[in-house]
Design a protein around this ligand. Structure first.
Ligand SMILES: Cc1cc2nc3c(=O)[nH]c(=O)nc-3n(C[C@H](O)[C@H](O)[C@H](O)COP(=O)(O)OP(=O)(O)OC[C@H]3O[C@@H](n4cnc5c(N)ncnc54)[C@H](O)[C@@H]3O)c2cc1C
Length: 342
């Protein structure tokens, strides 16, 4: 009998598998396609904190996660030799109204108190016109120093290297039976603990959160990568009204992301992405000449409360679930505690 079977090799499944192996559990990871075939391969890789006002336990947990992540990633890089490109580059929010300016000005003191000297929040009267078009930021910009980026694909690749031959691809979960998982190939794996880490697909195995409300659902997102032909690696990322402009290495910038509740094809891109690109170009002049080198789409696991869904299955003995994270899975995954799965 297998000790632990983790199903799904996204950031959640791989993180848990690595932690369980380090706790000397015998782990097998079953993945339908390849490591990072799902939402975890986002080209954005944004690690953004919640706003520092109205502090609450959820914001505190995310703050702690963001602060502890660099050391965790450094250890993973050291172990595997993969470069994950963590960078605390800050996030610029263009301010388009006097009210917005006033709201962000009030948050400066909240950031001082709640971010405890880890990073600051400041207001710029005028953002660099080469990076943010003046007409897109008539009231300047807020600069959030706690925001960072990571190469999500490198992060997944490092985790996959860390778990080594525990990862088995080409295994698509068909159904769960008491104490066992049955795959589309007909293979049946009996395990003491089965962890469902199949991203948005995991919600189908969970009972409703409340009457009529599913435990969670998939929310599709589309993003693109542009080659801009100039050095942008030192720039802060930009966030405005759902649109991210995220500098990467090698003169590339990622742009995203759309949010679709209703969709037919998980990984198809369409006109919504082109609209998002137009919005990004209107904010960031550096994108004007940029050529799109990748268009990408996937489905975010969005639990009913937008948080993490991690723990024992409410009705299936020996089964645990690890998904959720919605738009912040990359910032939170390393905080998963395998103890909560049993
Ligand atoms: C457009 C977009 C942009 C995003 N940007 C960011 C961002 O900037 N920062 C951030 O923190 N988060 C971001 N996210 C969210 C983030 O990607 C998720 O929170 C996180 O990746 C979820 O990880 P996961 O391991 O739960 O799921 P996934 O990465 O989706 O992994 C699930 C895995 O399970 C496998 N699987 C599914 N079904 C089966 C089955 N039946 N049998 C076997 N295997 C199966 C899949 O192939 C996949 O490999 C973004 C998401 C999208 C879509």
């Amino acid at each position: 009998m297998q000790d632990v079977l983790v199903i799904g090799a996204g950031i959640f499944g791989l993180t848990l598998a690595r932690k369980l192996r380090r706790a000397r559990r015998d782990v097998l990871i079953a993945e339908a396609r390849a490591a990072g075939a799902g939402a975890s391969a986002t080209p954005l890789g944004v690690l953004a904190p919640h706003a520092p006002d109205n502090w609450n336990p959820k914001k505190e947990a995310q703050f702690r996660a963001l602060v502890s992540l660099p050391a965790y990633l450094a250890a993973l890089e050291e172990e595997t030799g993969h470069r994950i490109a963590y960078r605390r580059r800050g996030r610029l929010v263009p301010l388009t109204t006097a009210n917005q300016h006033a709201a962000w000005a009030r948050r400066v003191a909240d950031a001082r108190e709640n971010w405890r000297g880890e990073a600051g929040l400041s207001l710029l009267e005028r953002a660099d016109p080469d990076w943010i078009a003046p007409e897109a930021a008539p009231f300047g910009a807020a600069l959030c120093g706690l925001s960072a980026t990571v190469d999500a694909r490198a992060y997944v690749a490092a985790l996959a290297a860390s778990v080594g031959d525990a990862l088995h691809t080409g295994l698509t979960l068909d159904r769960l039976e008491p104490g066992a998982a049955v795959f589309a190939t007909g293979e049946r794996i009996v395990a003491r603990l089965i962890v469902l880490a199949t991203g948005a697909a995991a919600f189908a195995h969970l009972p409703p959160a409340a009457e009529g409300d599913p435990a969670g659902r998939g929310e599709k997102g589309q993003a693109a990568v542009l080659r801009v032909g100039r050095a942008v690696a030192d720039r802060p990322l930009i966030y405005h009204d759902g649109t991210y402009v995220v500098p990467r290495g090698a003169g590339q910038v990622a742009v995203g992301a759309t949010s679709e509740r209703h969709f037919e094809v998980d990984d198809a891109v369409d006109g919504l992405l082109e609209e998002r690109l137009d919005r990004a170009r209107a904010i960031c002049p550096a994108l004007a000449e940029g050529a799109v080198v990748e268009r990408w789409a996937s489905v975010r696991p969005r639990s009913a409360d937008r948080g993490l869904t991690v723990g024992t299955h409410p009705s299936l003995a020996g089964v645990a679930v690890a998904t959720g994270g919605f738009k912040t899975g990359l910032a939170m995954a390393h905080t998963l505690d395998p103890e909560t799965l049993t």
